[in-house]
Design a protein around this ligand. Structure first.
Ligand code: LR7
Ligand code: MN
Length: 629
């Protein structure tokens, strides 16, 4: 009982302090409620967001009309690898909490601001494509749940900046009951706040601290941002009373839309040059055509934007979406790399579709919850019920690919399984056995009432799943039940070894010792330490390659944990996707870790233990390294 009372006391004191902070500090005179966290520190000027105005200038409503077909010559964004540099504790909190809540580098996202140039990733021939001047206008629907404010706003502004105003009917933002409101942040964040307050010994402008630690309030700040920037003409915000998930969320968004075409985007995208015209044109030609852009990659660790190869959508019997290579026949058709490619499925998040056709085709299955499965369901439905699904190589939209999903479902259910069961029972006929054989535990699982969806299939006189497999996805192997779920693989770096730029021992100038494996250099997960340099020992040889990887003895890569960035570096299998294994070895001999935003340092130069760790870059000798051949 005593501990219970202590607990109550602690909780009520915490809440009083919290309420006090909220009411006394939240009202800051005329301070706008939208907050951009300013960057502090000696190099702050390098990271202030760049507001690049499109060649069309900014009309009164704040919307930049960029002419189609690459006019204006979009240049490669000069994204510094040191964009995520940590200068102080505030940066550290933003970065760490960003990874925790959003699973990507929010510090870099904030520093990028809401507008940036992107590399034009289209095939050169796309610039010469001519689209009809008169095209149906689009309603862009973006659902979001707890999205990082800067990522959401960059999505919105990329659409405003790169879409001719007359083709953009509206942008509908559906807030799926995001929970990052001021009063809802957890005790963890409170503790961080106190730690910060204690560490900096100041409460003079605590609202600054609050700003730094918490991101913007998605409700208040989004509303006032839209108002202040006079975006109401084009941007409408819809709020879900309760969490609906992205599937019902999109249906709600679509029900508010009045444009002729619906375009769905995730809330952490950036559309590229002349992205919309190539999507609208095929829909205008045939209203039963559904189109997807090529989904370019925005790195979760560096926010660098890079092109995706042209692939098409498939799936496996675990009902996981996967990417397939495009059959030569399809790619080399006269339409080829600049026209369209028929795709058996879509990834789900980014596509455009005639709005009336969306309704006619039965929208989505409103019995599906939160996340998963709806992309295969709508893909099957499109093909089986008389439509077609195309990927348009000249339309490019970037998406932040995260390594994990930072949220669950409210009740912790496996919504992917629930949704997949529903789609299997409605659309897959006898082939649902292929799924159930792989997931026997789901045979008895309840999946709710599907009669409405079966009625859709009946009403539209859809074809059989066998027809779909035979005609649209003949590559699918039916006999092999051991087709394991696959993660989508985007960039196939597997075969090509990046070129080595430099080779040698990695000597720390302060300790005058070299970086080696603590145990065997072939031991995955092993730590690295400093030992006496030995020119003849191949186990001390590092290779620094063009991907900015540091490879010890030709095998493992120097790697940092993104989530627990305070953990020391270790040796891991090279994954080839930058971030945690990306180091810049630049001027002043510092060894900068790109996703952690810090420099490699010797912990105690005279200790024989030779421990190393990353620390805020300060130019000191203990952070200086030389790669000597
Ligand atoms: O409860 C929720 N409510 C939401 O509004 C959960 C999510 N969302 C929002 C979320 O903020 C985001 O904007 O829905 C969108 C998609 O959620 P993500 O980004 O967490 O999903 P994802 O990118 O991991 O998942 C892909 O598969 C999903 C299956 O349900 C959806 O179809 C996503 O749209 C889809 N994303 C893409 O296709 C982008 C390319 C990825 C690939 C391959
Ligand atoms: Mn996404």
């Amino acid at each position: 009982l005593r501990y219970f009372c202590y607990g109550c006391l602690f909780t009520s004191v915490t809440w009083s302090v919290l309420l006090f902070l909220y009411f006394s500090l939240g009202q800051d005179g005329g301070r706008p409620t939208f907050r951009y966290v300013p960057i502090q520190g000696p190099q702050a000027h390098r990271f202030q967001p760049r507001f690049s105005k499109g060649p069309g200038g900014v009309p009164e409503h704040g919307i930049t009309a960029v002419p189609a077909a690459g006019a204006g010559g979009n240049k490669q964004a000069d994204l510094s690898p040191e964009m995520g540099m940590i200068f102080n504790e505030q940066d550290q909190e933003v970065r760490d909490m960003g990874y925790h809540r959003h699973a990507f580098n929010v510090l870099i996202s904030n520093r990028l601001g809401y507008h940036r140039d992107l590399p034009d990733t289209r095939d050169d021939k796309c610039r010469d494509m001519i689209y009809p001047l008169s095209l149906p206008a689009a309603s862009v629907v973006i659902c979001f749940f707890n999205e990082a404010f800067s990522a959401l706003l960059r999505t919105v502004h990329s659409v405003l900046d790169r879409t001719p105003a007359y083709l953009l009917h509206e942008i509908i933002l559906v807030d799926d009951s995001s929970e990052l409101g001021k009063l809802l942040f957890s005790v963890v964040h409170l503790l961080v706040l106190f730690r910060l307050a204690g560490a900096t010994q100041t409460i003079t402008r605590p609202s600054k601290l609050l700003d730094a630690v918490m991101e913007s309030d998605l409700k208040e700040d989004l509303d006032s941002y839209v108002q202040q920037h006079k975006l109401q003409v084009k941007v409408k915000v819809v709020r879900n009373e309760k969490r609906e998930g992205l599937i019902r969320g999109r249906m709600i968004g679509a029900s508010h839309a009045t444009g002729e075409v619906l375009v769905f985007l995730d809330s952490h995208c950036e559309v590229n040059e002349a992205w919309l015209q190539p999507l609208l044109a095929p829909i205008q030609r045939d209203h039963k055509t559904v189109v997807c852009p090529v989904i370019d990659i925005i790195s979760a660790d560096t926010l660098a934007y890079s092109p995706s190869p042209i692939v098409r959508g498939g799936f496996n019997w675990g009902l996981h979406f996967k990417w397939d290579t495009v059959p030569a026949s399809e790619l080399n058709s006269p339409d080829g790399a600049v026209g369209s490619i028929r795709s058996p499925t879509m990834a789900g998040g980014l596509f455009a579709m005639d709005r009336k056709y969306f309704n006619e085709l039965g929208q989505y299955d409103s019995g599906m919850d939160i996340w998963g499965g709806e992309n295969l369901e709508i893909s099957f439905r499109i093909w089986m019920c008389g439509g077609q699904l195309l990927i348009i190589p000249c339309a490019r939209v970037g998406h932040i690919f995260r390594k994990r999903r930072p949220y669950g479902s409210p009740g912790g259910q496996d919504t992917m399984a629930h949704n997949s069961l529903r789609l299997a029972h409605v659309w897959m006929d006898e082939y649902k056995e292929q799924y159930l054989n792989l997931r026997p535990e789901l045979r008895e699982r309840a999946y709710g009432d599907i009669s409405e969806r079966q009625a859709v299939r009946q009403r539209l006189q859809c074809r059989s799943f066998k027809w779909y497999l035979d005609t649209i996805y003949p590559e699918m192997q039916v006999a092999s039940p051991h087709n394991k779920p696959q993660q989508p693989v985007f960039v196939n770096k597997g075969l090509r070894r990046p070129k080595v730029l430099q080779r040698g021992r990695l000597r720390n100038l302060k300790a005058d010792k070299c970086l080696v494996a603590q145990g065997r250099s072939t031991q995955k997960g092993g730590a690295v330490v400093l030992r006496s340099c030995d020119t003849h020992n191949p186990e001390q040889e590092w290779a620094y390659d063009e991907e900015h990887e540091l490879i010890l003895a030709g095998l493992l890569c120097l790697d940092m944990s993104e989530i627990r960035s305070s953990d020391p570096p270790r040796l891991m299998k090279c994954h080839g996707s930058g971030g945690s294994q990306q180091w810049t070895l630049g001027k002043s001999n510092r060894l900068y870790q790109v996703s952690v935003g810090q420099c490699l340092a010797v912990v105690d130069p005279i200790s024989p233990k030779g421990y190393v760790a990353t620390a805020i870059c300060n130019g000191s000798q203990s952070q200086q390294w030389q790669l000597e051949g």
